[in-house]
Structure formats: structure tokens, C-alpha cells
Design a protein around this ligand. Sequence first.
Ligand code: AMP
Length: 218
Amino acid sequence: MRLIFLGAPGAGKGTMASAVSAAEGIAHISTGDLFRKHLTDKTELGILAEGYMSAGKLVPDDVTVGMVRVRLQEEDAKAGFIFDGFPRTLAQAEALDAMLAELDLKLDAVIDLAVPETELFRRITTRRVCRQCGQIYNVETMPSKVAGICDLCGGELMQRADDNAETLRARLDVYYDQTEPLIEYYRKQGLLQSFDNMNKEGSDVDQIVDLVQKSKRV
Ligand code: AMP
């Protein structure tokens, strides 16, 4: 399957994408995670991305699309993939369409996760992620078994540098301005599915897996 998860920061894209990736045996491609890995490894790309990320701005389209092009060629993506946090602009969506056409591949569905803004602020400011494997937690609603330690790999949990109220405001402004128009873009292509993701983080994983399975092209 080939899927895109759309939604504002904190809408649950990462949590849902990682559950669907495990259920379907397909690659989870998070451009945010890829940039963070580059940052940790102090690559040229990571150093370039850092300024944009800490300001809540988007990394330029050509850089982002180039990174995705490389990632799509990795072996695990052959079985299918879920994009989490990509595309985020119309130019990225058009570049992805061109890339998929070149590879003779089609998307199965684009799932838009809808969550009200007050809930996004709550989730983002209480979110924690594993420094080692990237697993997502929430100190209030989805805590790890042992405080500060990842259930999956034993890594240390941390708060992302951009998960604060001020940077979230900037990220949301960028989302409304540049990413939200993609809902209409994919609706017109007949690919859009909307999912009201208001309940506690991760509690509707089964419904999402169900929706994904029903979206499979036959
Ligand atoms: P995320 O983990 O998806 O919240 O992304 C964290 C940050 O990485 C964003 O605020 C951007 O600075 C950058 N980023 C992630 N994905 C993209 C993308 N598709 N286009 C441009 N910048 C991105």
C-alpha cells in the first residue's frame, strides 16, 4: 500500500503511521524523523535543516524532495510506504506525483487526521519521543511504563526542541498556509479520507488500520 497521512502537528500522524506500518509491513517515511537523524549525525543536510526546524519553518522544497527521492529507493519501500509529514506544500505534492509516475506507482489513499487546535497544543506540549528509536509517548495520556524510558528499546525519552507553545504557533501558521490546501488537492484526485482523531492518542489505531485496509486498490 502507498499512503499519505496529512494533518497538523500533533494530529497523530506519527503514532498512527507507526501502527499502520507495523500492521501492514510497509515503510514508515517521516521526513521530520529523517531530518532529525541528519541533525544527530551532523550531516550537511542536518546542519542546513536545523535553522528551519527550530524556527518552525519548512525546509526548502528542493532539499526535502531530494531527500525523499533517495529514501524511496531503499529496499523496504518496495513493499509500500506511508508518508508522515510529506508532502507539506503544493510543490512537494506535485513533485511526488511526478516521482510516482516515473516509477509507475499510484497512491492508495491520503488520510487527513483532524484535531482541534486546543487539543494540538495540549498534545504537543506533553509529547515525549525516544531519543534512540523515535517512538512517541505522552506524559499525560500515553506514558511509558517506566518514566523517561522507552518501552520498546530502553532509550531515553526527551522533549523535541520544537515542541513548545511558541514554535507550535509558527508551525501551525505554516500548516494552515502551505499544507492545508493539500486536502483539496487530494480530494480532487479522489484519494482523500478524513478521520476525526479527537480521542486519546493511539486509542483509535484499530479504526485507522480498518480504514487503510478498506482503501486498498484492488
Ligand atoms: P515533523 O516531525 O513532521 O513535525 O517535522 C519537524 C520539522 O521538520 C518541521 O517543522 C520542518 O521544519 C521539517 N520538515 C519535516 N517535513 C518537512 C517537509 N515535508 N517539508 C519541509 N520541512 C519539513
